[in-house]
Every structure is written in C-alpha cells, then in structure tokens.
Ligand binder design. Structure first.
Ligand code: ADP
Length: 268
C-alpha cells in the first residue's frame, strides 16, 4: 500500500545520506536560504557530495540561488530529477530539489492545507533522485509548525543536526530562541547560530558599522548554550550572488563573505 511504499522509498534514499543539516530560522527573511545555499556550496567546494532540499514551501528560493530559476521538473528512472549545480573546482555537483521546479510559473502561489504540505515533505526526501550524499542540507520553512514536525519525525534515527540562522534584531532573536527550544526538546543537536546581516562594511570608506546592536544576541545565545559560529555581514555581493544564481562562497572564495562562512562549514 501507498504509505508502506513511501516509507521504504524514504528509507532507501536516506540510507545513502550521511549527515542531514536542518537550517532553521523560525522567522522569515533573516537569510536562512542564503545561509543554506552558501553552507551547501562551501561543503561542495571542500569536495563533499551535497544535496539541497528546499523545504521552504512558500518561498522556494534554492532553484534561483543556484541558477535554476524557470527550470521545470523532469523524471528519470530514479525518480524526480534534481538539478545539478556545477562550478569549476567543485568535484561533485550540488544537487538541488525544490518545489519551484513543479510550479506552473515562478509566481504561482502555494495555497495548501497541512495535508498537502505533509505529503510534499515526503516527496521532497523520497521522490527526488538524491543519490549518495555526504550532506543533505534542508532549507526549512520559517516556524516550528507542521513541516518541521513532519520532517523531524521522518528523519528520526538519522544523523541530523540543526543550524540556526538569525539576525541581531531583537524580534528575530526572540523567534530564533523558539527554534532553539524545539531542538532542545527533540534532543536534536544544534551546531550553532549563524548571525546574518551582522554589520555593514561601507563600500566607499571600508568603515564597519552595526545596523542592529549585537549585544543582546551574543548574550541570549550564550544563555541558551548556543555557540555563535559566524557573523555574516550585510553585503551587496551576497545579495547579488543569490540573485545571479552563484553562491558567493563559490564565486568569490577569497572574499570577506566567503571567509565569514568558513567557520560554519568547519562546524558541519
Ligand atoms: P529567508 O530564507 O530567511 O527568508 P533569504 O536568504 O531568502 O531569507 O534572504 C532574504 C533576502 O535578503 C534575499 O534577497 C537575500 O539575497 C538577502 N540577503 C540575505 N542575507 C544577506 C546578507 N548578508 N547581505 C545582503 N543580502 C542578504
């Protein structure tokens, strides 16, 4: 029957995956997808076999961040085709699986009840042809709702760890701490937090300043035993890297943004 078949499919895909990284933010717009893409690309640049599962149903941006905007789904004998991102010096292509490939147009809204979202999470892991991977990076939707619970249940018994993306803003921080609580309550290892949009470097005078005061964030993370892994600046190069479909860690590996991501990649 269908659930048994689905379960076996998911188990067989996951049996070929090493480490699963859930990139969580709880709040939207803090750069969770940007962090997911650059961590995935950074791992690939180090020679690992990496997949990116885009679980952000309402904002599936990974297709765009890796240059596959407008691509539509294809089937092969292994299932739904992932898109393969290749770059010079990257041994194994990064494999991208996203709902964006199944939409009629890029601006088609997703208006789904929970049952559909639940089904999609199973397809995301079970139906795409992930192949053997060292890392599967999952770009989570914001929030600690249905999708997160479905995935956490589905991945039970796997090697799963979480990364938290947050900005130093008080509201983002409050939301992030809910994701921390979720990990702690589910006994899911949390590798640490990536502080995104942490400071700006002036392109004219190279002076560095903070838009949001950092003090509260550092304090709150420490209080909750969450390591701060990196501070990623607010940077035009990062934004255009996403828009142009080439993650900055691949495009400018010696630049300050790629260097800022290095400790996160080390921690994985
Ligand atoms: P989320 O997944 O949390 O909703 P995204 O990663 O999609 O957030 O980021 C939201 C927008 O902000 C995107 O357009 C992205 O390119 C931009 N962005 C994210 N982080 C940075 C940064 N550090 N510097 C500049 N732009 C950024």
């Amino acid at each position: 029957d269908k659930p048994q078949h689905e379960k076996r499919l998911i188990e067989s895909r996951l049996s070929q995956v090493g480490q699963i990284l859930l990139v969580m933010a709880n709040k939207g717009g803090v750069g969770k997808s940007t962090v997911s893409a650059n961590v995935a690309a950074g791992l690939a640049a180090r020679g690992y076999r990496v997949g990116v599962a885009d679980a952000d149903i309402h904002g599936p941006n990974q297709s765009r961040f890796f240059g596959f905007a407008g691509e539509r789904i294809r089937l092969n004998k292994e299932g739904l085709s992932t898109q393969a991102f290749t770059a010079e010096g990257v041994e194994h292509p990064v494999r991208i699986g996203s709902l964006a490939f199944m939409m009629e147009t890029d601006d088609t809204p997703i208006v789904w009840r929970d049952a559909y979202k639940h089904d999609f999470m199973h397809h995301l892991i079970g139906s795409f042809d992930w192949g053997p991977l060292d890392f599967l990076v999952i770009d989570m939707p914001p929030g600690t709702g249905n999708e997160l619970i479905t995935l956490a249940d589905m991945l039970e018994g796997q090697d799963v760890a979480a990364l938290l993306a947050t900005t130093p803003q008080e509201v983002a921080l409050m939301d992030s701490l809910k994701a921390v609580r979720f990990c702690q309550e589910r006994s899911m290892p949390l590798l640490g937090a990536v502080e995104n949009m942490s400071g700006v470097t002036c392109p004219h005078c190279s002076g560095h300043f903070h838009l949001f005061p950092r003090a509260h964030l550092a304090e709150a993370l420490a209080e909750h035993d969450v390591e701060s892994l990196a501070q990623i600046p607010l940077s035009p190069a990062l934004a255009s890297g996403s828009d142009s479909g080439r993650p900055i860690v691949i495009d400018a590996p010696q630049g300050p943004e790629a260097q800022a991501f290095a400790p996160v990649i080390d921690a994985c």
